[in-house]
Design a protein around this ligand. Structure first.
Ligand code: 1CP
Length: 338
């Protein structure tokens, strides 16, 4: 019995399930402690540590799902692209030429990321059966943004320039990322991940025409192939309010909604056959309790009458007080108990 998996599938639930994007990480003192002497890359490649980071928020809070501790750039190294982390991901040699794309490959996850599969195995052995494990990857366009730009950015101008200057080469690169992603997520499910989520943090940078040309066919292919597995499929098109009519036609179970988009509006556009996930502003966790309760109630009101998984509208801020997260989780459960 898992309220999270039931909500993904649109089955009745005893309470609205809740988990928090980026729930493992720097806002938790116990994470900072085990990260103290290990760099991020080594940390993600050490199953004992990555499993512990995945489980830490589950031990502390009454969350309804766990999410694998890894990064959206984790599968990229196996393609032949060197990544390091300086706060965020940094690509040693950004991919911007046809010749560089020709050198890339679609790796076998068992060879490229055995540590991820072992982490999943370790986590599943310790999770209670009511708390499923979410496996995840970055969506092709978002991974493309980092691989071409070379680092984080607000506008990803170089990546979007490349898309327009070299559309054929860009499509090849996007296709390689998509095939890597499909194999990576399938391997996660085979290793024990019970739901699969694609983070498309930068898809909102594309207009609808470019979404149709460069993103939609790959998302359809990835989700179409993964749809044969048992795991529900989740998609988070951050900043994609203008794309929701299109997202509606993807073969997915759950759409993550950012906090700028009212859930009632998302529901109107997406219809009743999909579960909405979100969308409290992460900054609301800094409010005094009464104000936080009103914000939680507002989200629940916006979601009323539809399929809903409570979450933030983007990742939790690292300065958040963990006690506010405990309060949030317990409040959602108490207010939605049926
Ligand atoms: O030292 C540290 O702790 C590094 C911070 C960190 C962490 C904890 C990074 C670097 N990645 C992660 C783990 C991570 N990343 C998880 C698992 C933990 C959890 O969610 O509980 C997940 C799901 C991600 C996903 C991720 N990484 C996204 C998509 C979601 C989002 O927030 O938009 C993106 C865009 C990244 C790239 C990335 N990795 C790390 C950072 C700081 C960033 C953002 C870089 C930027 O654009 O500035």
């Amino acid at each position: 019995m898992s309220p999270f998996l039931d909500a993904c599938r649109g089955r009745p639930v005893a309470h609205t399930p809740v988990w928090i994007m980026r729930q493992a990480g720097r806002y938790l003192p116990e994470y900072r402690k085990i990260r103290e002497n290990v760099d991020f890359l080594t940390f993600t490649k050490t199953p004992e540590l990555a499993a512990e980071a995945t489980l830490q928020p589950i031990r502390r809070f009454d969350l309804d799902a766990a999410i694998l501790f890894a990064d959206i750039m984790t599968p990229v190294e196996g393609m032949g692209i060197e990544v390091r982390f300086e706060g965020g991901p940094v690509i040693e040699r950004p991919v911007r030429e046809v010749a560089a794309i020709d050198q890339l490959r679609v790796p076998d996850p068992r060879q490229a990321v055995p540590y991820v599969l072992e982490t999943i195995d370790r986590v599943r052995a310790e999770l209670p059966s009511s708390v499923p494990l979410i496996g995840f990857a970055g969506a092709p366009f978002t991974v493309f943004c980092y691989v071409v730009e070379g680092h984080g950015s607000r506008s990803f101008a170089a990546a979007r320039a490349f898309l327009n200057a070299e559309p054929e080469a860009a499509r090849r690169l996007l296709g390689l990322i998509a095939d890597t992603t499909t194999a990576y997520l399938r391997a996660q499910a085979e290793a024990g991940a019970q739901a699969l989520m694609l983070f498309d943090s930068w898809i909102g940078l594309l207009d609808a025409r470019d979404y149709d040309e460069f993103a939609a066919p790959l998302l359809e292919k990835i989700f179409g192939e993964l749809g044969q597995l048992e795991a529900p499929l989740l998609y988070f098109p951050r900043g994609g309010a203008h794309l929701l009519e299109r997202v509606r036609s993807l073969p997915i179970d759950v759409v993550g909604i950012d906090w700028q988009t009212p859930l009632s509006r998302a529901h109107t556009v997406l219809g009743s056959d999909v579960t909405l996930q979100g969308n409290l502003d992460p900054a609301a966790l800094f409010a005094p309790r009464e104000r936080l309760v009103r914000s939680i109630e507002h989200v629940l009101g916006e979601a009323a009458g539809g399929r809903h998984i409570f979450n933030l509208g983007h990742g939790i801020d690292r300065a958040t007080d963990p006690d506010a997260v405990a309060f949030l989780v317990d409040t959602v459960h108490a207010r939605t108990a049926r």
